[in-house]
Write a protein that binds this ligand. Structure first.
Ligand SMILES: Nc1ncnc2c1ncn2[C@@H]1O[C@H](COP(=O)(O)OP(=O)(O)OP(=O)(O)O)[C@@H](O)[C@H]1O
Ligand SMILES: [Mg+2]
Length: 268
């Protein structure tokens, strides 16, 4: 990439004006010998949607998973640098990782249904968490399904097997399962990758409401999707953060050649 990427490794936080919910500083992630991220310094603004873009293998997922310590699920993962969530060091000794993941929920590329019914799925985190009365649980379930755009569709089907739902509804059920815990942040790793255009539009509609209520970080390969749903876009390449800014600016006036090459389809 004509030396662009190494020249742009920028240590300064790029969005100092917004109040960040996450602050990553010189964040590096290795998996065994392989370095997935290199000294990434990036603020995720509170509220709204931040899109992570870049060619396959550039470290988008590694960055997303660093935010709630999911990389540690891989043997041989090593994280260096700093991630602060609401000011607190995510990697400090003694951090309750399960509590962190309840506040920073995650949805993966393809729907991951748990065995059992729709209700079992959406209430899973409530059942394994602190004790809660039936009334509160039901209210949380309804609210989570509503926020994921599913209440109308599923209110009379709570006892049906979740595995029987259409793919798009399953993915929104995964969103609802995370939302039931009332997270501060929702991490979405290519959530529409396996969805058809209609299902994708329904998911995006749900996101457009959610972005007023919490912070969403979404990895996407679809530029149109990033342009539609996000207010901030971060562009990664080969483990580096190349640039970050308001989505409109990144798309219309990219500051880095690598970003422009990607947006114009020259690679990726
Ligand atoms: N479990 C793993 N084992 C070995 N290598 C991995 C593993 N996960 C990721 N990698 C490698 O780490 C690098 C960064 O991966 P990452 O998944 O963060 O990229 P990505 O930008 O999310 O890519 P994609 O768009 O393909 O999802 C890639 O080169 C990938 O091959
Ligand atoms: Mg990925």
């Amino acid at each position: 990439m004509r030396g662009v990427v190494t020249a742009t490794r920028s240590p300064e936080p790029v969005r100092a004006a917004a109040v960040p919910v996450f602050e990553a500083r010189a964040l590096s992630v290795w998996l065994g010998e392989r370095r997935l991220l290199r000294d990434v310094t990036l603020d995720v603004p509170r509220g709204g949607v931040t899109a992570l873009m870049g060619p396959p293998g550039c470290g988008k997922t590694a960055f997303l998973r660093a935010l709630n310590r999911m990389n540690e699920c891989h043997d041989g993962a090593l994280t260096r640098g700093e991630v602060r969530f609401e000011g607190g060091d995510v990697y400090a000794p003694g951090v309750d990782v399960r509590a962190l993941r309840r506040r920073v929920g995650m949805v993966f590329r393809a729907p991951r249904m748990l065995p059992g019914t729709v209700l079992d799925n959406v209430s899973y985190g409530l059942r394994v968490g602190p004790p809660m009365g039936r009334g509160e649980r039901d209210a949380r379930v309804e609210r989570a399904l509503a926020r994921a755009g599913l209440w109308g569709e599923l209110r009379d089907r709570l006892g049906e097997p979740a595995a029987g739902l259409a793919n798009g509804a399953q993915q929104r059920l995964c969103v609802a399962r995370a939302l039931a815990l009332d997270p501060t942040v929702l991490l979405l790793d290519e959530p529409a990758a396996t969805l058809d255009p209609v299902e994708t539009a329904t998911l995006e509609e749900a996101l457009s409401t959610l972005r007023d209520e919490l912070t969403v970080v979404i990895v996407t390969h679809a530029m149109e999707q990033a342009a539609r749903v996000s207010q901030t876009t971060a562009f990664f390449h080969r483990g580096d953060l190349v640039e970050v800014g308001d989505t409109r600016d990144v798309f219309t006036r990219p500051r880095r050649e690598a970003t422009e090459d990607y947006l114009t389809g020259r690679f990726g």
